[in-house]
Design a protein around this ligand. Structure first.
Ligand SMILES: *Cc1c(COP(=O)(O)O)cnc(C)c1O
Length: 358
């Protein structure tokens, strides 16, 4: 039996989450964001299972991720490259049939050059407007200029991205929505994409023609209580050693945790060298059975020590403890480590074996 940490990837859960998102938005199309190796779950595997579930619109950040998606998906689904086209990438986009998302004047010039030199884009291109996030996208004020410039080469999609989608009451959402409406009026009949996962939960007004959920597919983010998302992965690590300690002993580097009474400790084969954050030291937890066992002492490169006193009857070498999953919710674990679910799953390194389950 291997003593490596493992992430069991629940492809059936990811497909079920996609169907849940689609049911929340019956009038439009539900896409899938599979950038960063599908948030650490495996891009080709996730692409394939979502395509089988009925998804035909995929989003990646980089063109090389788009090539990988195309290989997994076959010829038909649309694959958008969010970070946009680079000057020498026309052959790559053509051969892999990728759809560039144009984010700036500079990228628009790149696209024009491609088209003028005989480039063809089977699924057109998207125009991404920045409606207030000031991160990436064509400034909203440039929309009229663009509307003129695209004459004869209309985009196949207009998009924008929400800055505060996880906060229902935040006025930024309505502000961005208004700006996007004004922009979309300049491009009559061009479909609009606005909502990420948080945007889907904001309700119908935010859905438009095509949504772009990412984190919700993998069971994270801030879904409403009745949404019932399933975990995309179960992260677990085997117990290497179990020991009893007396009151007054300490644990780990820097001796940052001391026992005030006798405890049973279990040492797990996972650490920051696997991408589990060191910031979870003395804050995160693992579960054995359904018992929660707090992380005690510092997370080190290869090892984590947990207080397994409450799981005394189950804790023994070779038993796997769970760090992310049904008993250890992703966002709760992430928050204890001072981060978000996105960073936790995308941060897992290749030393964690991925096991694919249907
Ligand atoms: C990553 C990303 C998404 C997905 O966001 P989630 O919060 O994971 O649903 C959607 N749109 C854009 C432009 C993104 O960069």
């Amino acid at each position: 039996m291997s003593l490596r940490p493992r992430a069991r990837i629940h492809l059936n859960h990811i497909a079920e989450n996609w169907r849940t998102l689609q049911a929340a938005q019956p009038d439009g199309l539900t896409g899938a964001v599979i950038k960063a190796d599908a948030y650490g779950h495996g891009l080709p595997q996730v692409a394939e299972v979502l395509h089988d579930a009925g998804c035909d619109h995929f989003f990646v950040a980089h063109s090389f991720e788009g090539e990988s998606a195309r290989r997994a998906l076959g010829p038909n689904p649309v694959v958008y490259v969010l970070n946009g086209p680079g000057p020498y990438e026309e052959p790559l986009y053509r051969e892999a049939n990728l759809t560039p998302v144009v984010n700036s004047d500079h990228q628009f010039q790149t696209l024009v050059t491609w088209l003028q030199t005989g480039g063809k884009l089977k699924n057109g291109y998207a125009l991404h407007f920045d409606t207030g996030m000031n991160r990436l996208g064509i400034p909203a004020g440039d929309a009229p200029k663009l509307a003129e410039a695209v004459e004869g080469m209309l985009p196949s999609l207009i998009m924008s991205h929400l800055a505060c989608s996880e906060e229902h009451g935040n006025g930024m959402n309505a502000f961005q929505q208004e700006r996007l409406s004004a922009i979309s009026a300049l491009f009559p009949d061009v479909p609009v994409s606005f909502a990420n996962s948080g945007g889907v939960w904001l309700g119908q007004d935010y859905h438009h023609a095509l949504t772009r959920p990412g984190i919700a597919l993998y069971g994270g983010g801030m879904p409403p209580k009745d949404a019932k998302l399933l975990p995309g992965m179960t992260l677990e690590a085997p117990i290497l050693q179990v020991r009893s300690i007396e009151a007054g002993e300490s644990v780990g580097y820097g001796a940052t945790w001391q026992s005030s009474e006798p405890h049973l400790l279990a040492t797990l084969a996972i650490g920051y060298g696997d991408g589990f954050p060191r910031s979870a030291s003395n804050k995160g937890f693992a579960t054995i059975g359904t018992q929660r066992c707090p992380i005690v002492g510092r997370v080190s490169m290869d090892l984590i020590t947990i207080d397994a006193t409450s799981a005394r009857n189950l804790a023994r070498p070779g038993v796997f403890a769970q760090l992310i999953g049904l008993d250890a919710p992703l966002e709760e674990q992430a928050s204890l480590a001072g981060t978000i679910g996105y960073e936790l799953t995308t941060g897992l390194l290749p030393r964690v074996t991925r096991i694919y389950e249907d």
